[in-house]
Design a protein around this ligand. Sequence first.
Ligand SMILES: [Zn+2]
Length: 497
Amino acid sequence: MTFDRELPRRTFLKGAAAVAASASLARSSSAAENPTPQKMIGIQVGAVSFVDEGVDQVLDIFHERGGVNTICLATFTYGRGIAGRQIPGQPLPDHGKQEYDEKQFHGGNYATPHPQFYASTSLKQTRAPDFGSLDILEQVLPRAKKRGMKVHCWYEDVFRSDIPGVQPLQEIDLEGRRAGTLCALHPDYRNFLIGLTEDYCKSYDIDGVMWGSERQGPLNNAIGAYHGGRPNPMRVTCFCELHQKAARDRGIDPKRAMEGYRKLADFVRSALGGNRPSDGYFVSFWRLLLDYPEILAWEKLWTDGKHAIYKDIFDAARKSRPGVQVGFHIWHANSFSPFFRAEQDYAAIAQNADYLKVVLYNLCGGPRYVQAVHNIGSTIYRDVPTDELLHFYNDILGYDQRSEQELKTGGLPPDYVARETKRALADVQGKCRIYPGIDIDIPTGKDDKKTAPDDVYAATTAALKAGAQGVIFSRKYSEMRLANLAGGGRAVKAFGG
Ligand SMILES: [Zn+2]
């Protein structure tokens, strides 16, 4: 078997040499090599907040409370994590419309899609209908510029199944069903993201783009190596024709891979039911990997596809707008799973990035981490008592020991933010900047840790003290309480921001 890092080049990479040349020119003058003294203080915000509260009013709050100088404006998503008002069921914050928007939230492109950028994709109609013909970039950009604030378009890998033309782009699971997620090897998907990036960079006077994908490959998903719900090992992706072809190009037999994944699914379902194999859970899992190395190879194939998109976006942005800053949001699973962390090679990602927004949400991070340990402890590590597994995970992930209860009610400590910031800085070696994502009021369960102003102060201070070149207040302004945002602002001020 061969495990080429590069995926097959497709027609959308025509002119790659020209792109590379312009990218390297642009990089030579990048801020990573000429660091500016001012820290980047970003905040994530969706269109709805500007609509509800007024553009100038919101920008005033960002500046006065948070010391913010960069708006990470959620311009494209179908998800509620970064757009829309507060998630129903969670308390509304002390600003904005005091009602939930579950009925009017749809998602899509909150700017204007210009058709010429979507000629090579079937995804042509993605305009968000939420606010009629409103173009949020047209509204926010001039007013932000007037104040000397920068604007980055912030978009993510969350789609709906009712978008016109989306179905052929959807991933295929182990049973041949279409998934709600899109296939990174499908040229129409890749071309859509390239077109979207070009559209933002050429149609608007923006300062940056930031892309995020909170997804991982089929092995990690099958064994429950994440902080979501219970693993469903038959729903893992992607086994479409394009993935099968790319696998064959690497010398991986798709039939063997799918057979391996079906056996893995049998193992996981059996483990979830508490049916211990005679050799134990971990040994049986490892034996599967020995018998079917294709399982691991498919995980790598999937991950390489995801990261090829980062390069697409970096190249598209750089050739479309000189000086534009390109950043990537690194999913929180990076903090809870050594398997996903191993796939987040900061040094490699930094080759095609100006900055990484490493998610270091420490407050919701406590309960999320506990959930992740329970999840992986229900499959491959089922023989290990949860407190011992947590102890082991703390050691291999590099955290101080904290009990499950402490994590749930207290979150991860600011020290976690500092350590993970330093680790990222050490890995990228100055090739790109590190802007930790700071947790402000990210929803948690009823008895779990909730944000207080001093928490945000402590996490922001920890990131900046550790050497981060900035921070990004997350996930969205429409779920943040003003006093908590001000806690971040207090830390920024103490750093001379
Ligand atoms: Zn696929």
